[in-house]
Design a binder for this molecule. Structure first.
Ligand SMILES: Cc1cc2nc3c(=O)[nH]c(=O)nc-3n(C[C@H](O)[C@H](O)[C@H](O)COP(=O)(O)O)c2cc1C
Length: 265
């Protein structure tokens, strides 16, 4: 069985499917119609570019049916200035309201994130969403347990804050999202970081405040009890985490950042 079939009645022989296929899996038949290569089934990365670029529904891909590929709505114009402001005005939020974030909004942000690019389109990222603030607090406690065993003077202040009833680890955030991915995939960290960044931006656009949970990410690697409490499956590692909640405060300015260090050639 071939993965891709071409409807000659619909195909305009414009060569677009062939042009965009990253693996070069099309050739032209003698009549100029695209033809999927005989070994294409093994080499196809299921990126769906061939399906998505055809404006005439002339191409069917067994694993990527048209009914699962929504039409791009051209009326939704991307406002460049608004997007640039979203990117610059996003802040790490460390003060949250106690009111919970509606689950539906988080689902939407994950939906946006699952379209993130991933190496060879492997899409290796798995999500763990911890909605219970008590559990988030317990996880922060396990991170502190880990920090107590690490000889780094800068951690002492954080441990002291925790001992005084503050939470410098997960900032008393009500919720936490953790991503994990397979150990046997060399792009797991990169793919996860891109996906979580996409989640973060989609979350900000929905009024959710987020902050990368660096301490927890470190502890998830070095402290098995935390890994166990998270329930990370064997063969996977934590590749990213964000605390999130509804922001308590609003920022009025975009703080300065270093000028980009760019070499133009
Ligand atoms: C990988 C990574 C780990 C981070 N870990 C923490 C953390 O554990 N706790 C925290 O309060 N902020 C953490 N941050 C947030 C940074 O401190 C923050 O991005 C930086 O100060 C710039 O502020 P901004 O995000 O508001 O622009 C982390 C950020 C990144 C990218």
């Amino acid at each position: 069985m071939t993965l891709v079939s071409i409807d000659h009645g619909r195909c305009r022989r414009d060569g677009l499917c062939s042009a965009v296929c990253p693996a070069g899996l099309f050739e032209n038949d003698p009549d100029g119609f695209p033809q999927f290569l005989a070994d294409g089934d093994q080499r196809c990365i299921r990126c769906g570019h061939c399906v998505a670029v055809c404006g005439f529904e002339a191409l069917q891909h067994v694993d990527l049916p048209l009914h699962q590929a929504p039409i791009v709505d051209r009326r939704l114009q991307l406002d460049q200035a608004a997007l640039d402001q979203l990117l610059q005005a996003r802040r790490s939020i460390r003060e949250f309201k106690s009111e919970p974030v509606p689950e539906a909004l988080v689902k939407e942000a994950i939906e946006a994130a699952r379209f993130a690019p991933s190496a060879v389109n492997r899409q290796p990222v798995e999500w763990l969403v911890i909605q219970d603030p008590t559990e988030v607090r317990q996880l922060a406690g396990l991170v502190v347990e880990f920090l107590r065993g690490v000889v780094e003077p800068r951690y002492a202040a954080y441990i002291a804050m925790w001992d005084q009833g503050q939470d410098p680890i997960l900032r008393s955030a009500p919720h936490l999202v953790v991503v994990h991915a397979p150990d046997d995939w060399s792009w797991s960290t990169v793919d996860s970081t891109i996906a979580l960044t996409q989640f973060e931006l989609a979350a900000v656009a929905r009024g959710i405040g987020t902050c990368w949970a660096g301490f927890l990410m470190r502890a998830a690697v070095g402290h098995p009890p935390l890994r166990e409490a998270l329930g990370i499956p064997t063969g996977h590692s934590v590749t990213g985490a964000l605390m999130y909640g509804l922001p308590r405060y609003r920022y009025h300015r975009i703080p300065p950042r270093q000028a980009a260090r760019v070499t133009w050639r």
